[in-house]
Ligand binder design. Structure first.
Ligand SMILES: CC(C)(COP(=O)(O)OP(=O)(O)OC[C@H]1O[C@@H](n2cnc3c(N)ncnc32)[C@H](O)[C@@H]1OP(=O)(O)O)[C@@H](O)C(=O)NCCC(=O)NCCS
Length: 179
């Protein structure tokens, strides 16, 4: 569990699937992600919740005791992870994605053994671009990415964030104290 000023990032349970389907099964959310289908049923969400793969860290984002979104990362090679997130539309523009992603990245760098995060968003996704830049990501290139909801490939921008050396030192100190 990861706590921030306003949010709790926690592991998912099968009973979250109804709310996940309702919030992520909205076109403006699903169509901006790579993997969420549209329409998105509760059965789809349940399948996803119960099938989270090894090497994937996935957290439900709770605000005031309610699930408002998901964030997580999956490993792509040694010590490299791909960041992902979505926030339900009623909760947009309140800084929640930035707050959750920042906490998740800090967790990955200090406790998860991650040295580099990568992220990508579809070109038109200005909101995600802003979130990534606010938490320190730099653009690293362009490419094409599959969109499950739209059933096609679209242009993406790619980003990169390396673990700061100050965090690396903190992480080593934590390990030394624990041993
Ligand atoms: C992208 C997303 C997670 C942002 O969530 P959010 O909680 O609204 O983001 P925040 O409130 O932390 O906003 C961060 C910044 O983005 C800006 N922003 C938010 N929505 C925006 C929009 N539609 N266009 C331009 N900027 C936007 C905010 O103003 C804020 O910048 P500021 O602090 O300089 O004002 C949310 O819009 C979403 O879930 N979209 C659909 C799924 C998705 O795109 N996931 C990411 C896939 S890469």
């Amino acid at each position: 569990m990861i706590s921030t000023q306003r949010l709790v990032l926690r592991s998912l349970k099968p009973s979250d699937s109804e709310r996940i389907a309702a919030l992520a099964g909205v076109w403006d959310v699903a169509s901006m992600t790579g993997r969420i289908p549209y329409p998105y049923s509760q059965a789809d969400a349940l399948n996803w919740v119960t099938g989270v793969a090894d090497g994937e860290m996935v957290f439900g984002i709770d605000h005031a005791g309610e699930l408002i979104g998901i964030c997580g990362y999956s490993r792509e090679g040694n010590r490299v992870a791909v960041l992902g997130y979505w926030i339900g539309q009623p909760y947009w523009r309140r800084g929640f994605a930035t707050e959750a992603a920042r906490a998740l990245i800090d967790y990955g760098f200090t406790k998860g053994g991650i040295k580099r995060f990568i992220a990508r968003h579809f070109n038109e996704n200005d909101a995600s671009a802003r979130v990534l830049r606010k938490i320190g990501f730099r653009t690293s290139g362009t490419g094409m990415g599959w969109c499950e909801a739209r059933q096609a490939e679209f242009a993406v921008k790619t980003y990169d964030l390396r673990r700061p050396w100050t965090t690396a030192l903190k992480s080593t100190a934590l390990k030394a104290r624990a041993s």
